[in-house]
Write a protein of this length. Structure first.
Length: 147
């Protein structure tokens, strides 16, 4: 998760929301990504999507089976679909979902995986929560201050 946090900080330096992701397979990092929505002018350039897009195509269509995606934030429904279609087996989250604060209403990743019929994907929550949430809150405060 520390490497995902480093990715998030790269995104923040580029003017993007600080979210970072990495994909690990067989104990090795095979892809890193960070949010690029603003810097790339691409609303689909989320950290999880960025990492998935960077996976070596030589792994083939089932290459991510058994892999773990680490993300500093709660992946949205777009990213949940990409995670499921990529056959990633586990998602480790740095931020805890909070229904009282959730950006996406009553959404959470488990509901998304159930909705798209991929309940077998394991979700682990709460890894380096304080660090991940502090980045997010600091960025939000900056955005409010800039308005």
């Amino acid at each position: 998760m520390q490497i995902a946090i480093e990715q998030a900080l790269i995104g923040r330096e580029n003017g993007d929301r600080p979210v970072g992701s990495i994909i690990v397979k067989n104990g090795e990092i095979i892809a890193k990504g960070h949010n690029r929505e603003n810097s790339d002018c691409d609303t689909t350039a989320h950290a999880e999507m960025d990492a998935i897009r960077k996976v070596n195509p030589s792994l083939g269509p089932d290459g991510l089976y058994g892999s773990t995606l680490y993300s500093t934030g709660e992946p949205c429904i777009l990213c949940a679909g990409a995670i499921a279609l990529s056959k990633i087996s586990c998602v480790v989250l740095g931020s805890n979902y909070n229904p009282n604060w959730g950006e996406f209403g009553d959404y959470n990743l488990r509901k998304a995986f159930n909705l798209i019929y991929h309940p077998e994907i394991q979700i682990v929550r709460g890894v380096l929560v304080e660090e991940c949430q502090a980045m997010s809150w600091a960025w939000r405060a900056e955005q409010i201050g800039n308005k």
